[in-house]
Write a protein that binds this ligand. Structure first.
Ligand code: GLU
Length: 493
């Protein structure tokens, strides 16, 4: 059997280090055994998927040194490799399940489902679909279709017994069918959900091993059932441990930058970041910390993945990156890397139109522009407090700005301006005082060029990371306070 694995990112945000980690293990698992690794874009969530995010994910994975044998950019004979281009295929398979009696049309209105949910919550019952439309008569269905009533397609799920399956790392897993919802397979707009598209594609693309994050374990019963319904061979499942923050909670951008673009912008070497991801739950036989991708390929054995949640610790990554810089790069190579990274003409040309107005000597460029090539700035809570806001409002200004900025898809000056202005207006604060703490957080001082321009030059990831750092400096936002702030934020006009 040819080993075929895949990474199946959804293009709904920044390229996540967790995606790179799972991609790395898939690639190494397949290639170390002469197999193939492919990349499939899972963009069935049309509202949240963007071409910008897809491009950023592909670019970031390539930057790290990963490559795939088949994918939307490189082609292959099992394509198309973008789910939005495969809708007809999924519809056909959904029909097949209906015909075989394994799936049914569900005409329940959103109101009915809301009420059902509310009742289930009130009565502390398990949440999930109650089977209301599971046994509608043929006449009833025909009548409703005739009347053009919208419907979704749901899969049937046994109500009793257990789903048992084997995980390559975890052994036998069993999950009660009662916990498994009658999953929607096809939405009212005819688009598939993740579950249907994922299973159909894994089958048609001849994936032999599904290696993915442990957050998908609970979905495995639905997938296994679909393989059975279709009469297809089930691939081998392997659920990798989730990456964790230093405090062992699930890796989250509130506590740790998660976007690969941030690490790129910070000046981590792709080899070092990839090396560090290879250390997530896995080790070389001799336990050495520093190794290349080729070395990992030579020594790879998936059974050496340990399940105790791997901690993604930026300090350790920095230490490893330092080793790579010192031990693997000649001065010549380091100079090349610095130029490729940011010490180049493009950076200067972007900044000069602003800097020129403030320069008297050429050497002024260094103090004027150093914050643009720096990482996290050495500012203090007092620096931020000088903006004159009292503590709670200061945090609110920074957090609300951050949330609004996180929603921007096209990171451009005008969009950044609109985002910040809308928050300032909603909070009824004049723009100038509103921007004061942002100046400190982003540029380290209030005398730099406009903070919107600074953010545009710095890029989304570094700008957001500096805002998060500023919030942390002020003591951060605890869970309770966060909830309150989220509510207040939603109520802003
Ligand atoms: N599209 C899913 C994700 O974004 C893929 C999960 C899987 O590998 O099955 O993680």
């Amino acid at each position: 059997m040819t080993i075929r694995t895949r990474i199946a990112p959804s293009p709904t945000g920044d390229p996540h280090v967790g995606t790179a980690y799972v991609a790395l293990f898939n690639m190494v698992f397949a290639r170390s055994q002469g197999g193939q690794f492919l990349l499939r874009i899972e963009d069935t969530d049309q509202a949240r998927s963007t071409p910008e995010s897809e491009k950023a994910i592909l670019d970031a994975l390539s930057w790290l040194g990963l490559d795939w044998d088949e994918g939307p950019d490189v082609g292959g004979d099992k394509g198309p490799y973008r789910q939005s281009e495969r809708s007809d295929i999924y519809r056909k398979y959904a029909e097949e399940l209906i015909d075989k009696g394994y799936a049914f049309r569900c005409f329940c209105t959103p109101q009915r489902l809301d009420e059902l949910r509310a009742t289930q919550m009130q009565e502390k019952q398990p949440l999930g679909y109650d089977g209301h439309c599971e046994n509608l008569s043929d006449e009833e269905i025909a009548k409703r279709l005739e009347a053009n009533e919208p419907y979704v397609v749901r899969m049937k799920v046994p109500r009793e017994g257990q789903c048992q399956f084997n995980d390559m790392l975890r052994g036998e897993i069993s999950i009660d069918w009662a916990q498994v919802d009658m999953q929607i397979l096809l939405k009212a707009d005819g688009m598939p959900t993740y579950h249907l598209a994922n299973v159909v594609d894994d089958h048609l693309m001849e994936i032999s091993h599904v290696i993915r994050g442990e957050e998908w374990i609970n979905s495995a019963p639905k997938h296994i059932l679909l393989y059975q319904y279709f009469g297809w061979e089930t691939p081998v499942f392997c659920h990798l441990p989730l990456l964790r923050n230093v405090d062992k909670s699930k890796l989250s951008k509130r506590k740790n930058p998660t976007s690969i673009l941030y690490y790129q912008r910070m000046g981590y070497l792709p080899e070092a970041l990839l090396n560090y991801l290879g250390r997530m739950g896995w080790s070389m036989p001799d336990e050495r910390e520093k190794f290349t991708l080729a070395e990992m390929l030579n020594e790879f054995d998936i059974q050496r993945v340990s399940l105790g949640g791997p901690v993604f610790d930026v300090e350790k990554l920095s230490w490893l990156n330092g080793l790579w810089i010192r031990e693997e790069l000649t001065d010549d190579q380091l100079a090349d890397r610095l130029q490729q990274w940011a010490l180049n003409r493009d950076t200067l040309m972007a900044f000069l139109p602003f800097a020129k107005q403030r320069m008297e000597t050429l050497s002024d460029i260094a103090p004027l522009g150093s914050y643009l090539v720096s990482g996290i700035l050495p500012i203090t809570a007092e620096d931020l407090q000088k903006s004159g806001f009292e503590q709670d409002q200061l945090i609110e200004v920074l957090q609300f700005s951050l949330w609004r900025l996180e929603a921007i898809q096209q990171w451009q000056r005008d969009n950044i301006f609109e985002a910040l202005k809308s928050i300032a207006d909603a909070l009824d604060i004049k723009l100038k005082p509103f921007l004061a703490p942002l100046f400190i957080a982003i540029a380290g001082s209030s005398s730099s060029i406009s903070v919107m321009d600074s953010m545009a030059l710095l890029g989304a990831d570094m700008s957001r990371a500096r805002l998060r750092y500023a919030i942390e400096l002020l003591g951060g936002v605890g869970k309770k306070k966060l909830k309150k702030m989220e509510k207040a934020y939603q109520q802003l006009s």
